[in-house]
Ligand binder design. Structure first.
Ligand code: FCB
Length: 397
């Protein structure tokens, strides 16, 4: 018998989603032009049913994103109907006694912003913080945790550096060959600068309005190892890579954070000069390596920031639900281990509650604890959902 591992009191056991991936019916954001998610999971209309399900599965927290393009469909014009929609949505979580984590930017933008250069345009700092401020004024009593930006680097790299995802310059998909070959580093740097400025501004204004507001970021950090631990060059490459991918952004905003949100998916071995290798002993339906121990190393690395940590995403594309149970168990064992070593982890949000629209990969990857039948939109918990439910209920594995 394996020993029972208990988690700290008041630990959050939740799931995460993002608006465009689940809501459906959005024609007003940049993603809709290139990759139309159609009605997606119709979470926009079925959120009560989904929260009921989450609650019945013993989850006590939910992370979601507010769709900027719904709230502000035209620059400076806020849509009161949509503001009321999210108010009802938030109340539906609160009556179920769920802790709420709201993300303000999860990869999508209103069309009007994309048309003026998206996140490369300096004005985005003003526009995004104005939208954020509005959301804060409306919902400050209903939201427990705010995430300004989801995975700033992933967004910057995929949309602006590689332009594989919608960007102001991506008009067709796939992009013409030459464009895919010529990464746009300048745009990427502008985006990064604007994200940092916007995050800091939002942190300051929220705190001015409410001292104990909780503001964080959802940062995708990767566990990096040298391919050969004895190779000075491989070790050096890991240091460089680690600095740019895992640390730089956090270092810039570390004085403007109440907590760190960690999205953990990847482990890479680095071979000089910067070639990635994976062990790939176990892989998901997407071929992503499953490497639970990595979450421990990433968490230990984050300890230096001396901030509470929430795991804001961690999950697996596994249509047949063959690996998900062990995936959850093994990751949580390593999370538990990090807590024993005084890393202040306060919650875990599994990605995702329901199957959803996986960006440029469409509906094929199945990340949900709950299966969606896209024809009928029927929800059906997979066996792993009940396993996670038991953990949440017992606060232990
Ligand atoms: C993360 C994204 C999330 C989802 C998962 C699988 O990078 O934040 O929206 O697509 O990957």
């Amino acid at each position: 018998m394996e020993k029972t591992l208990r988690f700290p009191k008041n630990f959050l056991w939740g799931t995460a989603t993002s608006a465009y991936q689940v809501e459906g019916g959005n024609k007003n954001c940049d993603w809709a032009k290139l990759f139309d998610a159609g009605k997606a999971c119709d979470h926009y209309n079925r959120y009560e049913e989904d929260f009921e399900l989450a609650k019945s599965l013993n989850q006590n927290a939910y992370r979601f994103s507010i769709e900027w393009s719904r709230i502000e469909p035209k620059e400076g014009k806020f849509d009161q109907k949509e503001i009321e929609h999210y108010r009802e949505f938030l109340k539906a979580l609160k009556v179920r006694d769920m802790k709420v984590m709201a993300t303000l930017h999860h990869f999508t933008n209103p069309l009007w912003l994309a048309e003026i250069g998206g996140w490369t345009n300096k004005k985005v700092v003003f526009y995004f913080s104005r939208f954020a401020q509005k959301m804060f004024d409306e919902y400050k009593d209903l939201v427990d945790f705010w995430i300004t930006i989801n995975e700033p680097l992933i967004y910057g790299v995929l949309s602006y550096f590689q332009r594989r995802w919608p960007s102001p310059e991506t008009k067709t998909y796939p992009l013409p060959f030459y464009a895919r070959r010529v990464p746009n580093f300048i745009s990427f740097l502008k985006v990064l600068r604007n994200q940092i400025l916007a995050h800091k501004k939002i942190y300051e204004t929220f705190h001015q309005a409410k001292k104990d507001a909780k503001i964080g970021i959802a940062k995708n950090n990767v566990f990096l190892e040298p391919a050969n631990k004895k190779s000075v060059l491989d070790v050096f490459s890991v240091k460089i890579y680690n600095y740019f991918w895992n640390e730089l952004f956090l270092n810039k905003i570390k004085n403007h954070l109440d907590f760190i949100g960690l999205n953990y998916y990847f482990h890479n071995k680095i071979k000089f000069p910067f070639r990635m290798r994976n062990e790939n002993k176990i892989v998901s339906d997407l071929g992503w390596e499953v490497y639970p121990e990595g979450i421990y190393h990433v968490l230990k690395d984050l300890k230096k920031y001396n901030l509470p940590i929430y795991i804001t995403e961690n999950g697996i594309a596994d249509k047949k639900d063959k690996l998900r149970k062990d995936f959850i168990k093994n990751h949580l064992r390593w999370v538990w281990q990090s807590i024993q070593e005084r890393v202040d982890v306060k919650g875990y949000f599994h990605w995702s509650l329901i199957d959803n629209f996986e960006w440029d990969l469409g509906f094929e990857p199945r990340f949900g604890l709950v299966k969606i039948d896209y024809k009928t939109l029927e929800r059906k918990p997979r066996p792993s959902a009940f396993y996670y439910s038991k953990i949440s209920k017992e606060n232990a594995i």
